[in-house]
Write a protein that binds this ligand. Structure first.
Ligand SMILES: *[C@@H]1O[C@H](CO)[C@@H](O)[C@H](O)[C@H]1NC(C)=O
Ligand SMILES: *[C@@H]1O[C@H](CO)[C@@H](O)[C@H](O)[C@H]1NC(C)=O
Ligand SMILES: *[C@@H]1O[C@H](CO)[C@@H](O)[C@H](O)[C@H]1NC(C)=O
Ligand SMILES: *[C@@H]1O[C@H](CO)[C@@H](O)[C@H](O)[C@H]1NC(C)=O
Ligand SMILES: *[C@@H]1O[C@H](CO)[C@@H](O)[C@H](O)[C@H]1NC(C)=O
Ligand SMILES: *[C@@H]1O[C@H](CO)[C@@H](O)[C@H](O)[C@H]1NC(C)=O
Ligand SMILES: *[C@@H]1O[C@H](CO)[C@@H](O)[C@H](O)[C@H]1NC(C)=O
Length: 453
């Protein structure tokens, strides 16, 4: 009893000051290292076994981790990226980096965080990127896929990023500068950074944060496994009526196995959730989207000769308000596109309100007119897709049409099943359009031509 008390009092004295930090003299000004309670106890009792409590991935829980803090920024130009990099290296392999509540941390240089292994990053404050467009357009990480750039790359294994704080992309200046341009225009060279990007990551969880005002896509996961988002809020709202927060997609992915999004709200100017080529094992539950381009599988099949696929997705309890699309499948057509498939996708319990296209199968992406699309049809097959219990209202933009399933003549669309569809249109009795779909889709449907009449 007595020795335990002595240990605890030692623990208290060690933990209360940044003892190690001061001693080494190697740490940046204003930073601190607080040993975990386990480290403290182990100094006196070297035979002490590792604490038995672990997280989902078998690693130490928050309270058993050495905690690192860094100084906050004085203003929006006070770049702390070097301190941040030092701290995440220090916290790597079992520690915790804490960005404290009420403080702002400004990142003004690109960061390679591809080396991570068992690290917690707790963000209760605000981590904000500078809007030095000139700097970021010549200093970034570049991905060929849709010419994507980012401020930083997160990679490695067992990474948790969580807390009540904000990642702020400071997007307004980027949206203003991009005004009038198009991201898919092959001549566009005004690239804008993605707010959060993983590459070669296995087990990465983001929880509780607000992801705010990304200059371009909010999240992009590249060749990663088991990405989990829970209780996240994503917003991109412009304060300038003449510049929209364009292409601020909630979620995009490329070559990802295991993508889970739970209990999340998205208020952005483009897709809410839209996995891209080679994404499998998708789970989305309790997602709310406002003013978005919908929850899409794709687009895929963009690049000539390249095979793309999306398979095994279950999306349940999704609310989509005031947007262009509800549940959508999108594949490219036209001269010089790719091929592949979208298969085994279930949309269940989907609520739409004031939505232009509540259910869409679009194989004439991007912006291909009917004639060109017929001449160069999509080569992406769409099989085993279910829409179950989709209800609410369309905006009436497409007249009475509330579901448009138009399969390209170059592709196979089979196993498409609709059940309990109850979507009203302000323009009258709702219509469901189906073209070139093999087999019974489970509900009455008419051709595009009939719908026009
Ligand atoms: C991917 O990350 C692992 C560690 O998690 C590393 O061993 C491997 O070299 C990385 N691969 C690439 C292509 O960077
Ligand atoms: C709003 O955006 C337009 C278009 O980019 C730009 O010309 C204008 O300067 C912006 N307004 C403000 C107040 O920044
Ligand atoms: C892109 O630029 C080329 C040459 O400058 C021009 O021929 C082409 O029409 C442009 N494409 C678009 C989509 O504006
Ligand atoms: C469905 O999702 C909404 C968020 O859009 C959430 O408020 C609600 O609790 C969810 N329903 C269930 C049964 O989990
Ligand atoms: C939904 O988005 C619209 C603009 O598209 C906005 O006016 C409205 O406030 C948003 N609703 C909520 C609940 O955020
Ligand atoms: C998707 O995976 C296939 C291999 O199955 C590969 O050939 C293709 O390049 C990948 N697509 C992309 C866009 O990376
Ligand atoms: C279809 O996808 C679900 C996940 O949504 C998965 O559980 C199931 O095994 C898949 N079915 C097949 C035949 O692969």
């Amino acid at each position: 009893m007595k020795s335990l008390a002595a240990l605890l009092s030692l623990a208290g004295s060690l933990a209360s000051v940044s003892a190690l930090a001061v001693d080494t003299g190697l740490i940046p000004a204003g930073a601190s290292i607080t040993p975990s309670r386990f480290e403290v106890l182990k100094q006196r009792a070297p035979k002490l076994k590792k604490c038995s409590k672990t997280d989902d991935w078998g690693n130490a829980v928050e309270g058993d981790r050495t905690k690192i803090t860094i100084r906050a920024s004085k203003d929006d130009n006070d770049d702390i990226s070097e301190d941040f990099l030092w701290a995440i290296k220090e916290a790597n392999n079992g520690g915790l980096l804490h960005l404290e509540k009420g403080k702002k941390y400004v990142i003004g240089k690109k960061l390679d965080l591809s080396f991570l292994n068992d690290v917690y990053v707790k963000i209760d404050g605000e981590l904000k990127f500078t809007n030095d467009i000139e700097y970021w357009q010549s200093n970034n990480f570049y991905y060929d896929f849709q010419k994507s750039i980012t401020f930083w790359v997160w990679g490695g294994k067992d990474i948790k990023i969580y807390g009540s704080g904000t990642l702020n992309g400071n997007g307004q200046a980027w949206w203003d500068g991009f005004s009038g341009a198009e991201i898919l225009d092959p001549n566009n060279t005004y690239y804008r950074p993605i707010l959060f990007l993983t590459d070669n990551a296995t087990n990465i969880e983001v929880k509780g944060l607000h992801l705010k005002d990304s200059p371009c896509w909010t999240n992009f996961f590249v060749r990663s496994n088991n990405v989990v988002f829970d209780d996240v809020y994503i917003s991109a709202v412009s304060t300038n009526v003449s510049s929209l927060p364009k292409n601020t997609d909630g979620f995009d992915s490329l070559n990802v196995a295991g993508l889970t999004v739970l209990n999340t709200r998205v208020n952005v100017g483009d897709d809410c959730f839209s996995p891209k080529p080679n994404t499998t094992d998708i789970l989305v539950r309790n997602l709310w989207c406002n003013g978005t381009h919908g929850v899409s599988m794709g687009s895929i099949g963009q690049y000539p000769g390249v095979k793309d696929y999306i398979s095994n997705a279950y999306l349940q309890n999704i609310t989509l308000l005031n947007g262009q699309n509800g549940a959508r499948l999108k594949a490219w057509a036209g001269p010089g596109v790719g091929y592949g498939y979208i298969s085994n996708i279930t949309y269940e319990d989907i609520h739409v309100e004031n939505t232009d296209h509540p259910i869409v199968l679009d194989q004439c992406y991007f912006d291909i007119d009917a004639e060109q699309c017929a001449q160069y049809p999509s080569k992406v097959d769409i099989t085993d897709v279910k829409f179950i219990n989709v209800h609410g209202s369309s905006s009436g933009l497409e007249g009475r049409v509330v579901a448009d399933l138009t399969c390209s003549p170059g592709a196979t669309c089979s196993g498409i099943h609709l059940e309990r569809i109850d979507i009203t249109s302000p323009k009258g009795e709702p219509q469901i359009v189906c073209e070139n779909i093999q087999g019974d889709i489970g509900v009455d449907c008419i051709s595009k031509e009939e719908a026009g009449n």
